[in-house]
Design a protein around this ligand. Sequence first.
Ligand SMILES: NC(=O)c1ccc[n+]([C@@H]2O[C@H](COP(=O)([O-])OP(=O)(O)OC[C@H]3O[C@@H](n4cnc5c(N)ncnc54)[C@H](O)[C@@H]3O)[C@@H](O)[C@H]2O)c1
Length: 255
Amino acid sequence: MKYDFTGKVALVTGGAAGMGLAASKAYADAGAAVAVADINLEEAQKLVDEITADGGKAIAIKCDVADEAQVKAMVDQVIAEFGQLDMAFNNAGIQAPGGATDVSHTTKDMYDLVEGINLRGIWNCMKYELMHMRERGTGAIVNNSSVGGIVGLPGRAIYHATKHGVIGMTKSAALEVAQEGIRINAICPGTIETPMVKEMLDKEPELMKELAKVQVIGRLGQPEEIAAAVMWLSSDEASFVIGHSLVLDGGFTVH
Ligand SMILES: NC(=O)c1ccc[n+]([C@@H]2O[C@H](COP(=O)([O-])OP(=O)(O)OC[C@H]3O[C@@H](n4cnc5c(N)ncnc54)[C@H](O)[C@@H]3O)[C@@H](O)[C@H]2O)c1
């Protein structure tokens, strides 16, 4: 499916790698001007150089989504550079450092770190994106949850709690703005071949083999397969889709 986002502006957090990178490229391929926001400015700038070399329009912004002031500055910069914001993929997220750890062994610092990025980060982003979108009465936001937002997994309580939270936050915020021309939805990817998963594969090869097996399709997902869903949810083709959490998991949660 080819979308036409000419004249539109997209913001992608965690845009320098994995699903964020694939979505940034897909928005640019569809003609949108793209703000690639990431904590890693160097990688974001590399992607922006690639997009602009291909004739696209993009800027790199350094932003830690856990920091409200940085998120406000990020949205301000998008408006200053491109004049508007039409679509946002709030994607930045992390696994708990150190791999699978049961609740009784996790620390407050671990909790605060993961929650600050994965859940408060989404709240920070939606807050400032919506301030702008509400003024214009138009916009589409896609938040990246996970199958971890639907099921539990031993050793992953903090991560899964944040991803369950993203779904609840998406539903409530979607209801707040549904009558103002703004649609907010979420996606719930299964295990996708990104730098995050490559790192987990290295740390926990046995667990990751198990996870790949329970994806009924028999393989890991590709970032481009997730970007395809983000493009659809961002587009007018999804004009009647509100507060939905779209599962993209190769069959993982079916049985
Ligand atoms: N890979 C998977 O299997 C999988 C499955 C379900 C959900 N998810 C979720 O999808 C999202 C993207 O995952 P991915 O696998 O592409 O990750 P990734 O680690 O491959 O890439 C994430 C990007 O986000 C950036 N980032 C990290 N912390 C940030 C912060 N505080 N502020 C801004 N940017 C930050 C990183 O620099 C990196 O460029 C995450 O929210 C993740 O939880 C991943």
